[in-house]
Design a protein around this ligand. Structure first.
Ligand code: NAG
Ligand code: NAG
Ligand code: NAG
Ligand code: NAG
Ligand code: NAG
Ligand code: NAG
Length: 397
């Protein structure tokens, strides 16, 4: 009797377990019917045959993508390489002028001169450094302020030194300030200021200068040279601000903001005045005009070049990935392209005002207290605003 009872108990238990399993399975299959856990099989194959883009930048990027993609590289072995992918201008000395662009860009001859200059040297990323300070980051700074400047802008640099770029210890954090310069050449009718620049650097020891033509379309060259410089001269910098020499930066607010960041947030930091859903200007009269023979597509989200803030960790990753992104004539868009390639997106912060603040607030000291950057400001305004913010009497609600 006891045996029979035990057997019955076992049968009931097994039945219960089976029933339970049945319910789970039937629930799952009903979910499948509702499409919740359905596996989507793409209608098109993942790999498609690559066709050359009509725009030169996009085509150069396709070439870089193939060269850096081990799966594609192994596929294009030997003689199968389509001619457009076998661009020898990338493999021979990239700093020799590449006159093949004159035929590879379909409307080359009718393009404005700055595009011709850009295209001919587009593959060159390394220029000799003329003025350097190898030990400037001997003590790794908490914040590195890197200011894009031009040789003749002595007054702007001096105002920055006397105000928001005052290097040393601010709010108990070490700050190092440097100015990034190319060569203001006689070819662009710049007066020869090299002796004054030499003296300025002797006095302040904060100029970093490379030997390339300092022009608007070469700002991307400045960007890649700076990313390289950080890795060799200042890899220990915790955070980096990079911006123009006509902005006011509230260094106090930036340091305050950085001190409050959590560890993961600090590591992936990249904030600024982020522009989304933008694309190339097709109006020839605009400073940012880009012809269709040069670039097609939209722009990734990017932080306006007036100034943005990022971590030393991001700087290292940007440096690596930039080697796989073709140079683009607009530097902040280029940094956005590198960022997208990293799989990241810059973060917009209300404190970055690259399009200025409302006129009625501009002479109100308290308007600047919670901001990180305001563009544009003259040297005199920088010194004035800094004095306001540094005053112990400043009392804002
Ligand atoms: C790679 O090679 C295989 C086999 O030759 C071919 O089927 C495939 O289409 C190729 N993929 C690409 C992207 O060319
Ligand atoms: C690629 O270019 C090189 C140099 O011009 C040439 O020797 C080689 O034959 C080319 N390969 C193909 C597949 O066209
Ligand atoms: C200054 O910063 C250091 C760390 O960098 C910290 O240990 C120290 O407590 C700080 N001092 C003050 C007064 O905040
Ligand atoms: C920089 O530009 C000046 C002025 O055009 C020129 O004399 C000089 O050779 C250029 N290069 C260097 C390394 O100074
Ligand atoms: C960038 O600099 C290089 C080296 O000085 C110069 O040859 C080239 O013309 C410059 N490009 C532009 C667009 O100014
Ligand atoms: C950058 O690339 C180098 C060499 O491939 C690698 O050792 C390093 O870890 C990379 N750094 C980052 C931050 O990705």
């Amino acid at each position: 009797m006891a045996l029979l009872w035990r057997r019955l108990k076992l049968v009931v238990m097994v039945t219960m377990v089976n029933l339970f399993i049945f319910i789970i399975i039937s629930r799952q299959s009903s979910q499948d019917k509702n499409g919740h856990h359905k596996v989507h099989i793409p209608s098109k194959p993942f790999w498609t045959k690559l066709v050359p883009n009509i725009a030169y930048w996009n085509r150069q990027q396709q070439i870089l993508d193939i060269q850096n993609n081990p799966i594609l590289v192994s596929n294009y072995s030997g003689a199968e390489i389509p001619e457009w992918l076998n661009d020898t201008s990338l493999t021979s000395d990239p700093c020799q002028p590449n006159f093949r662009v004159t035929t590879q860009v379909k409307d080359y001859n009718s393009l404005p001169g700055r595009f011709k200059d850009f295209l001919i040297y587009m593959h060159c990323r390394s220029y000799p450094i003329m003025v350097d300070h190898p030990d400037i980051c001997k003590e790794p700074p908490f914040l590195l302020l890197a200011v894009k400047s031009l040789a003749p802008h002595f007054d702007r640099r001096q105002a920055i030194r006397q105000s928001w770029g005052r290097a040393g210890v601010i709010a108990n954090r070490t700050v190092v300030t440097i100015f990034l310069l190319g060569n203001a050449t006689a070819g662009d009718h710049h007066p020869d200021l090299s002796e004054m620049l030499h003296y300025e650097n002797f006095r302040h020891k904060d100029i970093i200068q490379w030997d390339y033509r300092d022009s608007f379309f070469n700002l991307t060259v400045k960007e890649v040279l700076f990313l390289e410089w950080i890795q060799t001269r200042c890899p220990g910098a915790r955070f980096i601000f990079k911006g123009d020499d006509d902005v006011f930066v509230n260094t106090y607010r930036i340091l305050d903001f950085l001190k409050g960041l959590s560890e993961p947030k600090a590591r992936d930091l990249f904030v600024g005045d982020v522009i989304t859903n933008a694309g190339p200007h097709r109006d020839k009269k605009v400073k940012y005009f880009i012809p269709e023979s040069m670039y097609t597509g939209t722009y990734p989200p990017y932080a306006g070049g007036g100034g943005y803030l990022y971590s030393g960790d991001i700087a290292a990753r940007l440096h690596n990935v930039s080697q796989h992104v073709a140079l683009y004539p607009i530097d902040d868009v280029y940094t956005g392209m590198c960022f997208r390639k990293l799989g990241l997106a810059p973060e917009k912060h209300k404190g970055f005002r690259t399009f200025n603040i409302e006129e009625k607030y501009r002479s109100n000291p308290c308007a600047y207290k919670s901001l990180m950057l305001v563009h544009p400001r003259t040297p005199q305004e920088m010194i004035q605003i800094w004095a306001w913010l540094s005053s112990p009497d400043l009392n804002c609600q």
